[in-house]
Design a protein around this ligand. Structure first.
Ligand code: SF4
Ligand code: SF4
Length: 480
């Protein structure tokens, strides 16, 4: 069947059945990506430098002497933009995560995989750090291919050892910074400065991180995007025909064909693609974008730069490969506002509203009051009933907070704190104590009465806590 621009996408979908980086025997096909260059790449370099500086400076940024960002999954403590979140704030983190996912979905439906190409740490480190080191030490794609085919000698050993030594050093650096986001820069400094014997878990963690980063960037590479990354795998359900992606304009490019030397201009029937395959040679995931949008494409824009360069040389307009959508190429009209993007935007707005409400009304002190384990009630000499409670205060702020307690209800109840009468909840800490509540027997209704404690800060009620009060079961009156 002949391939015309119109029937181009109807004739061959066979490429979707294979991964280009795996051969028929299931062996890895190594991608030797040609060094990218061009305006898009230059812009990516600028943005990458900015993001890398942010990544490396992040753990040093402090707010009120606390990390600006901390994701301490071990102690279940998270600090986002200077605000500390505890396990008790789990629902806030859950709403934040859902909001983030909806934002990602909306962004992907509208703008495809811009995140992958411009901001994802995997692409950032792979293309802008490790591959640049590789080009610097081993040369461009052809030199790398040649070097790998060479028998082992001084030159090959020298280059390989140098490359992998630099890779390991960079991986160590990344591992330390990544760890700082988990346990804080001060703890990482302690691990570095003290003997490993004093911080076995931290030391092993750093070794593990280094090994993972080195393994991913030196060997696993594009496979992380193709077979592991859940976001990459979700593209098939997230992308729609109006999503803006790096796309080949098949209407303009097909039928493709080599330009003959004796041809002054490309024949009228021939498309603009001269089948030079430069777009394939620069692709870090080894795909041919002319086959259409593929799961492997991380929208790195290297093929746009390569093809634009070719178009300039053959005196054709740039943009045979460009940011566009399937429908925009087919119908010549780009639509951003579709029922799907509007729907996601509404959901996102609702979630953002909810999140803002919960963050703004979030209490600085969280109080939990529970009956002391193993106790029921006691009867005092003056005929009153007492219950013992364990009370716990969690301070979510960066300052010590003095508190006072008062009985709110029932009116007849009296409250006594066992032990130190002063309540000062340490910053970012927990204070536990015991309180005793005394009630006249006739105030007890049923077997369980509800008591309510008021928690005051500087004389102002900040929250209340309720608990059940247990008393003796009143026997029903009998008629004689
Ligand atoms: S770089 Fe452009 S002209 Fe060359 S094969 Fe790719 S699409 Fe065709
Ligand atoms: S197809 Fe183009 S944009 Fe996609 S990964 Fe390959 S070079 Fe990058």
């Amino acid at each position: 069947m002949s391939t015309t621009a119109e029937n181009y996408y109807a004739y061959d979908e066979e490429f979707r059945n294979n991964i280009v980086t795996v051969d028929a025997q299931g062996k890895r096909v190594w991608v030797y990506a040609k060094k990218p260059k061009g305006p898009f790449h230059n812009k990516r370099i600028v943005i990458s430098i900015f993001l890398l500086v942010l990544f490396f400076a992040g753990p040093f940024l402090k707010w009120n002497n606390r990390p600006f960002l901390l994701f301490n999954i071990f102690e279940r403590k998270f600090i986002l933009f200077g605000h500390v979140f505890w396990p008790q704030d789990f629902f806030l983190l859950a709403i934040t995560a859902i909001t983030f996912f909806v934002f990602i979905i909306l962004f992907t439906v509208a703008f495809g995989r811009i995140w992958c190409g411009w901001a994802c740490p995997q692409t950032l480190f792979m293309e802008m750090v490790f591959r640049k080191i590789e080009y610097w030490i081993e040369g461009n794609a052809n030199n790398q291919r040649r070097l790998n085919k060479q028998t082992w000698g001084v030159r090959k050993i020298g280059r390989k050892v140098t490359k992998h030594a630099v890779f390991i050093l960079v991986s160590i650096l990344i591992a330390h910074v990544a760890m700082s986001y988990l346990i804080g820069i001060d703890r990482v400094k302690e691990i570095i400065l003290q003997s490993p014997a004093e911080h076995w878990s931290g030391f092993i963690g750093l070794l593990l991180f280094t090994a993972i980063f080195y393994g991913v960037f030196a060997w696993f590479r594009e496979q992380a995007c193709v077979v592991v990354c859940p976001y990459g795998r979700l593209q098939s359900v997230l992308l729609v025909k109006d999503s803006i992606v790096v796309a080949y304009d098949w209407l303009r490019g097909e039928p493709r064909g080599k330009r003959k030397n004796d041809q002054a201009t490309i024949s009228e029937k021939q498309g603009d693609c001269i089948d030079c395959k430069l777009c394939v040679h620069v692709c870090p995931t080894g795909i041919d974008i002319r086959n259409g949008t593929q799961l492997e494409c991380v929208n790195c824009t290297a093929c746009i730069d390569a093809c634009d360069d070719v178009m300039v040389k053959i005196e054709k307009p740039k943009g045979l490969i460009r940011y566009s959508s399937f429908n925009a190429i087919k119908e010549g009209k780009q639509k951003l506002l579709t029922p799907r993007t509007i729907g996601y935007s509404v959901v996102l707005a609702v979630l953002l509203g909810l999140l803002s409400f919960f963050i703004l009304t979030r209490a600085d002190i969280e109080t939990t009051i529970l009956k002391a384990p193993g106790t029921l009630y006691t009867k005092t000499d003056d005929g009153k009933i007492t219950n013992l409670y364990m009370i716990e205060f969690l301070n979510k702020t960066f300052e010590d907070i003095p508190l006072t307690l008062k009985m709110e209800s029932p009116q007849a109840a009296t409250l006594m704190k066992v032990g130190d009468p002063n309540i000062v909840v340490p910053k970012e800490g927990i204070l536990r104590g015991v309180v005793m509540v005394k009630l006249p027997e006739d105030s007890i209704t049923g077997t369980k009465t509800v008591i309510e404690l008021g928690i005051y800060r500087n004389g102002e009620l900040i929250t209340t806590a309720k608990a059940k009060f247990i008393g003796p079961i009143k026997k029903p009156r009998t008629l004689n």
